[in-house]
Design a protein around this ligand. Structure first.
Ligand SMILES: Cc1cc2nc3c(=O)[nH]c(=O)nc-3n(C[C@H](O)[C@H](O)[C@H](O)COP(=O)(O)OP(=O)(O)OC[C@H]3O[C@@H](n4cnc5c(N)ncnc54)[C@H](O)[C@@H]3O)c2cc1C
Length: 583
């Protein structure tokens, strides 16, 4: 009988044990016929290898192959041999204490052969800051550690289960609820992939001109169809679907109700999601409106290491998806694919307007619309957005960049994170930096990680000035800032990460903003910009009952946890406002 795990809000298959998965002794597992994810173990201590092999086999032998080696030399020979086989290596577990090559060094070499594998370092118990784990983790050389001796149920199994699940989700486990056919490098194909990735919805993507794409179009009677087509698991066909169509086909809500909400939260990035969780859990009638699907900028981050409690980091997508489900489970009404375009005070409270003339009435509002990537403003590159040119989106497009040459414009931490993530898939990643040093704008650990990644190249002192391609990006043009020399670089992908601007144009004069468009709140409001006798509350805007939280707020810190903290705080202020002014 198969078991199932809850992932992405849907049931995901875990294959039932088959006879050929029967366990063999350590080191003798290479004879299975069907490719299964490999869990690789190496230690110089035979008793450690045997114990790990036994513990891992007891729990994971049904769905993975456990391959063991004694000592670094045998280990390297085995990981090299595995690189030539179809079995993908999902997890590498190495003992730090090995003569010749320590665990961190071993993992570095093995990871170069198996870049998609997660890495666990096996260590003695040592909780001092001298522990090599701290440096290995800072430099992105390992993903997790396991202290010897381990308790299988407390340490080993949860870690291995989590890593196998994250490996399967990143590398595709063959399960899909939607099949999409679209011209591969079109902007719409990119938008659909992004929507399904963020929701998250297991899907398979076929280029229109691929054999699979042609066969699927034929099967559903859409031969030669040029617009994207999505086929749902139950056979429903969506031809040229809008985001709204897709969200509805997924089962999401797209329209507000007629009731008066206590609070309407605009935007579902970290700030909006935290506000939604607190508002709904504290009994407020909560409406959340998001122009896309939840996650915000954080949803684009492949791994966030500075959210307290997630010792080994968490993908921004996982974090925000969990928060989104949490808000929904507390009763928040979540509306996706709807952009709020107006805000005004009415006799009954406040009204927010949507694209198609819909309005929702609410007693208070939290503006959590964050920021969006600054544009390049280079017409030929702007016309290739989605066709090789992407704003952010490194997480969504990483697998599509397999074996390709990509460039990233930007020098901040998000550009560094994108470079390390894309380097796992792309043949080369070139970082284009205007300044003469990365360390002025990027965290030390990321600079070090980039230095150690052989297929990442950093070009300092250059401006991106142009680019071209017939139907998709083919080359970019950079100018050396010192010499003025122009250079064409062949490039299949360009990821733009050059800073951000607040998403507030739509607000017009509804609330006061600073000269860059960020929303003024609380003590930052000018004396003549506040209409009531009482002073404005902490995150209250110039329109009483409307609050701002997260990156969109003037003076905000621009981090995930601070955005969440502001979202949560805004709800306390909403309570105060509703209890006094609006009661
Ligand atoms: C690639 C990347 C990596 C990062 N890594 C880290 C990290 O490691 N650690 C860290 O602390 N921070 C990191 N950050 C910064 C962090 O993600 C942001 O500070 C955080 O997401 C801000 O949250 P927010 O909710 O204020 O805004 P956003 O995340 O920008 O969310 C705003 C939401 O509002 C929606 N919206 C906008 N306008 C409208 C409208 N009119 N109607 C409806 N919806 C609307 C948007 O679609 C979006 O979903 C990273 C950012 C990026 C881009």
């Amino acid at each position: 009988m198969g078991t199932s795990t809850r992932r992405a809000g849907v049931r995901t298959r875990v294959r039932a044990p088959k006879s050929h998965d029967v366990k063999a002794p350590p080191g003798a597992h290479d004879g299975a016929t069907e490719p299964l994810p490999v869990i690789f173990v190496v230690s110089a201590d035979t008793s450690v290898v045997r114990a790990l092999d036994a513990d891992l086999s007891r729990r994971f032998a049904a769905d993975s192959r456990i391959v063991c080696a004694v000592g670094a030399e045998e280990g390297l020979a085995r990981v090299r041999a595995l690189a030539a086989r179809p079995d993908p290596v999902a997890l590498l577990i190495a003992d730090q204490r090995m003569p010749g090559l320590n665990g961190v060094e071993f993992l570095e070499r093995a990871h170069a052969l198996h870049p998609h594998a997660k890495r666990i370092l096996l260590m003695e118990r040592d909780y001092t800051t001298a522990n090599p784990i701290i440096s290995a983790m800072t430099h992105g050389q390992i993903d997790y550690h396991l202290a010897k001796p381990w308790a299988p149920e407390l340490g080993l199994y949860p870690a291995v289960t989590e890593f196998l699940a994250s490996w399967a989700s990143a590398n595709g486990d063959g399960f899909s609820l939607f099949r999409v056919v679209a011209p591969e490098n079109s902007r719409r194909a990119h938008e659909i992939r992004d929507l399904f990735t963020r929701f998250p919805m297991p899907y398979t993507f076929h280029a229109t001109d691929s054999d699979e794409g042609t066969a699927l179009l034929e099967e559903i009677g859409q031969t030669g169809c040029e617009v994207p087509v999505a086929v749902r698991h139950d056979g429903r066909v969506l031809v040229g679907p809008t985001d709204l169509d897709l969200v509805e086909a997924i089962g999401g809500e797209t329209r507000p109700g007629a009731e008066v909400y206590d609070v309407a939260i605009i935007g579902s990035g970290p700030a909006g999601l935290a506000a939604s969780v607190y508002a709904a859990s504290e009994g407020l009638e909560t409406l959340v409106v998001e122009r896309h699907v939840s996650g915000g900028q954080a949803g684009a981050s492949s791994r966030i290491r500075n959210v307290p409690g997630f010792t080994w980091g968490i993908s921004g997508h996982d974090l925000t998806y969990r928060a989104c489900e949490q808000a929904w489970l507390f009763g928040a009404k979540m509306i996706f694919a709807q952009e709020v375009s107006s805000l005004r005070a009415t006799r009954d409270g406040l009204a927010i307007g949507f694209g198609e003339g819909h309005e929702a009435t609410t007693r208070s509002v939290v503006l959590a619309t964050g920021v969006s990537w600054r544009r390049l403003g280079i017409p030929r590159l702007e016309s290739l957005i989605g066709a090789g040119v992407f704003y952010g989106a490194a997480g969504t497009e990483a697998r599509a960049m397999r074996g390709k040459h990509v460039a990233i414009v930007g020098a901040g931490n998000s550009a560094g994170q994108a470079a390390t993530h894309l380097a796992k898939h792309a043949a080369t990643v070139t970082l284009l930096v205007r300044g003469d040093s990365l360390s002025k704008s990027m965290s030390d650990y990321l600079v070090g990680e980039l230095r150690r990644t052989p297929n990442v190249f950093v070009r300092l002192g250059v401006d991106l000035v142009d680019g071209e391609g017939e139907e998709q990006l083919e080359t970019i043009v950079v100018r050396d800032r010192a010499s003025g020399e122009l250079e064409c670089i062949a490039s299949d992908g360009l990821f733009v990460m050059i800073g951000a601007e607040p998403r507030t144009d739509w607000l017009g004069d509804a609330v006061l903003r600073d000269e860059r468009g960020f929303i003024l709140t609380g003590a930052d409001l000018p004396a003549d910009g506040w209409p009531l006798d009482r002073p404005p509350l902490l995150f209250e805007t110039s329109l009483p009952g409307v609050f701002a939280a997260g990156d969109v707020r003037h003076g905000s810190v621009k981090r995930i946890t601070t955005a969440m903290g502001e979202g949560a705080t805004a709800i306390q202020l909403v309570h105060q406002y509703l209890d006094t002014d609006a009661s």
